[in-house]
Design a binder for this molecule. Structure first.
Ligand code: 3HC
Ligand code: NAI
Length: 701
């Protein structure tokens, strides 16, 4: 018997235990072990029922994702499950933690299922560009009905154990010890003389609803809402097969569709995104003994857009947080904004009134720095002005206890300079949240020259506590995300001078998969922000460097975006739908004329190359400078903070999949035609020449 799957006889019960840390994924050894154990139980005349349990934190969390794209190894998961389902002795899956993907499919292959009250079950394959490929699309609808199965399979969202009972996915809940609960249930099966109840033979879930209409409606919804995604429509096709075909044929159809997804470039990109996110939490040079400090309370300085959002992150995580403003009036506004933000969630039904009040109690408004003496962490979110930051950090240094961490939410200023305003630069770190801070998952953890290992480890731990995806970045103007977005935004604007409209550029990038086009995005955040950045850049770059001018023209005309009712688009009061701004066309023409550019029609491919390769070229510079630890960290930043489509894996992965030689050829062409903004990054040139990818490059190579 393999060491990842154990079989023990407990009287008449065969107890099969999976032990494959960290998540009991179904690698080849587990598949083999399960098959052997179920076969042995079947062959043992003394065994009358089987209980399947898992060690560690969770039931089987799915297929081993690392095996995707590699040659398949027998036994296949569908074969293992077919054996489990076909066995003559009743079996029960004992679920704790998360039964996901292939894990839930194994449980569905068992004849009965019990789950601990806090367990979750789901089929998240769609998030990896796949569909459940081991019978999930055929067996789940037979139990839960087509509507629920479609919900779970197309969204990939897991559901809680109690809900799983409601939908006949799980038979009953238990509390306490897994093995005891499993053995007790198995004994009951024996005492009651229960026969195997094979999910594949059930029909209840397929009856009594207009399945054709449910499938058609879901099809229409997916075509609209999940545009460009390969696997969701195939998920639906597989469920449809369950409604029309006998089990064996349905399973065959599922397998074909699964294989199509497995081959798709989207699957590779989404699997990359999955591992990239987990990789980002690892810091190469952090010694193992760098223990995070305990954070029991926090404070936020400045209750503006960001400060309030950050304070809410702490309240959401159940941590008390002080919110400091300059005076009572400003504090009143900040606390009201906190209440309004929660109020909107209550109105939407995503938060209860009771939970809102409980969280608001955790946010204490203050105006006196002396009240911060005992907090463990302070995050400054005042105006983006070095003078103001200096005042704040000097005060914090004076009042905060030794060992307290002093963080800044600056989006572009020099964290080393900020650290130097204190006598404890080792305790200073950047924590760059994204707007709205209580919603966006990304957190750039800015590591200053002197930030200590312990403080860095604590910053990562806080990110986790706040349920953020944290990525370590180095100090430079704009860090990783914004430094790259400057390039992208500028090139988008140059396209306007060449002949495009904001609608065309935004449309092309949305078709590429971006959540939002760059101009709609600028209108949302306010055009004045970019103007300030351009001013700063102009001061440091050669005087002959070309800058686009449309945005400045809009600013001069007082069109700053949504907040003024017009920017690149026009907005009706109270409505965020972008409409054509009639004042823009003459500005575009004037901008082109002044540059001596003849306006022409631009195709989508050119729009994509011009903007996305600007990200890639800057990303390569960032990588070589060591501002990001690895190319996948840049991808994580773009996927979680900038609406880059997950099915393309992030800008660096996208470049790798296009081929760095192809990307470089285009960058060189743009360099020759558009000037020095497009100077190829040396790392891009080197890797392209060596036929390599960003993802296999390590610092120092
Ligand atoms: N295969 C291989 N490794 C996996 C894995 C999987 N299915 N799931 C998680 N891991 C690894 C992670 O990469 C990580 O490794 P690391 O420590 O080396 O970085 C480690 O397990 C722990 O993972 P998390 O950090 O994500 O741990 P959490 O406790 O936060 O979350 C989890 C646990 C909810 C199980 C989460 O890991 C998860 O969602 N995993 C993916 C589940 C999934 O997508 N399953 C479906 C797979 S596809 C499938 O089953 C196809 C089938 O239909 C044929
Ligand atoms: P904001 O202008 O909305 O809020 C700043 C708040 O700080 C104001 O309420 C002001 O009263 C308060 N304040 C000013 N001086 C203070 C002091 N000495 N003590 C206490 N409070 C003081 O600004 P916003 O947008 O919230 O930005 C704050 C910081 O976050 C800036 O550094 C900005 O660069 C950064 N940031 C902003 C993002 C955004 O999208 N707005 C995104 C990420 C970071």
């Amino acid at each position: 018997m393999s060491d990842v799957v154990r079989l023990e006889r407990r009287g008449a019960i065969a107890l099969i235990t999976v032990n494959n840390p960290p998540v009991n994924a179904l690698g080849v050894a587990v598949r083999q072990g399960l098959l052997e154990a179920f076969r042995a139980a079947e062959a043992d005349a003394e065994v009358r029922a089987v209980a399947l349990v898992c060690e560690g934190n969770t039931f089987i969390a799915g297929a081993d994702i690392k095996e995707f794209g590699k040659p398949p190894q027998a036994p296949s998961l569908p074969d293992v499950i077919a054996f489990i389902e076909g066995a003559s002795k009743p079996s029960v899956a004992v679920i704790h933690g998360t039964a996901l993907g292939g894990g839930l499919e194994v449980a569905l292959g068992c004849h009965y299922r019990i789950a601990r009250g806090d367990a979750k079950v789901g089929l998240p394959e769609v998030k990896l560009g796949l569909l459940p490929g081991a019978g999930g699309t055929q067996r789940l609808p037979r139990l839960a009905g087509v509507a629920k199965a479609l919900d779970m399979i197309v969204s990939g969202q897991p559901i809680g154990a109690a809900e799983a009972v409601e939908h006949h996915i799980v038979d009953e809940l238990f509390e306490g010890d897994l093995v005891e609960a499993g053995l007790a249930y198995a004994h009951r099966m024996v005492e009651e003389g229960r026969a195997p109840r094979r999910t594949g033979e059930q029909t209840r879930g397929l009856e009594g609803a207009d399945n054709e209409a449910l499938i058609a409606a879901r099809h229409a919804e997916v075509a609209k809402r999940m545009r460009g995604l390969f696997s969701p429509l195939r998920c639906i096709a597989a469920v449809e097969a369950a409604t029309r075909l006998p089990l064996a044929e349905g399973l065959r159809r599922e397998r074909e569709l699964f294989a199509e997804c497995l081959q798709s470039p989207q699957r590779a990109a989404l699997v990359h995104s999955f591992f990239a996110e987990r990789q980002a939490s690892k810091i190469a040079d952090l010694p193992a003994d760098a223990k995070p400090r305990e954070i029991r309370s926090a404070a936020v300085i400045g209750g503006g857009t960001m400060g309030v959002g950050i304070a809410l992150c702490f309240a959401n995580a159940g941590l008390p947080v002080k919110l400091l403003e300059i005076d009572d009036a400003a504090l009143g506004r900040a606390l009201q904004r906190a209440r309004d933000t929660y109020g909107a969630s209550v109105k939407r039904g995503s938060l209860s009134e009771e939970a809102m009040e409980k969280r608001l109690k955790l946010v204490e408004g203050v105006t006196d720095y002396a009240t911060l003496a005992e907090v463990d962490l302070v995050i400054e979110a005042v105006f983006e002005d070095m003078g103001v930051k200096q005042q704040v950090f000097e005060k914090l240094d004076a009042v905060c206890r030794p060992g307290a961490i002093l963080a800044s939410n600056t989006s572009s200023l020099d964290v080393n300079q900020i650290a130097a305003f204190t006598r404890r630069p080792e305790d200073v770190v950047g924590l760059h949240f994204f707007s709205p801070a209580n919603v966006m998952r990304l957190l750039e953890v800015v590591r200053g020259e002197k930030t200590s290992h312990e403080v860095l480890a604590t910053a990562m731990a806080i990110g986790k506590k706040l349920k953020k995806v944290s990525v370590v970045v180095g100090v430079c103007d704009g860090f990783v995300g914004n430094r790259m977005i400057f390039q992208y935004g500028r090139e988008a604007e140059f396209l306007l001078e060449e002949g495009a409209t904001p609608q065309q550029v935004d449309g092309a990038l949305r078709n590429f998969g971006m959540a939002m086009g760059p101009f709609a995005m600028r209108d949302l955040s306010g055009l004045d922000i970019g103007q300030a950045i351009r001013k700063r850049q102009r001061a440091t770059l050669p005087p002959d460097r070309d800058f686009p001018t449309v945005s400045d023209r809009l600013c001069e005309a007082g069109m700053l975006g949504q907040k003024t009712g017009a920017g690149y688009y026009r907005y009706e009061p109270g409505n965020r739908t972008p409409l054509e701004n009639p004042d823009l066309a003459p500005m575009l023409e004037a901008a082109s004329r002044e540059k001596g550019v003849e306006r022409r029609t631009l195709d989508e491919a050119y729009i994509i190359e011009r903007t996305i390769y600007a990200l890639v070229n800057e990303g390569a510079k960032i990588l070589e400078e060591g501002i990001a630890q690895r190319s996948s960290d840049i991808d994580v930043i773009y996927l979680n903070g900038y609406g880059f489509p997950a099915f393309r894996g992030g800008p660096m992965f996208y470049a790798d999949s296009v081929g760095l030689d192809t990307v470089l050829a285009k960058v060189k062409e743009l360099h020759a035609r558009c000037g020095d903004w497009w100077k190829p990054a040396p790392l891009l040139e080197r890797l392209a020449a060596e036929g390599r990818r960003f993802s296999d490059w390590q610092p120092g190579q």
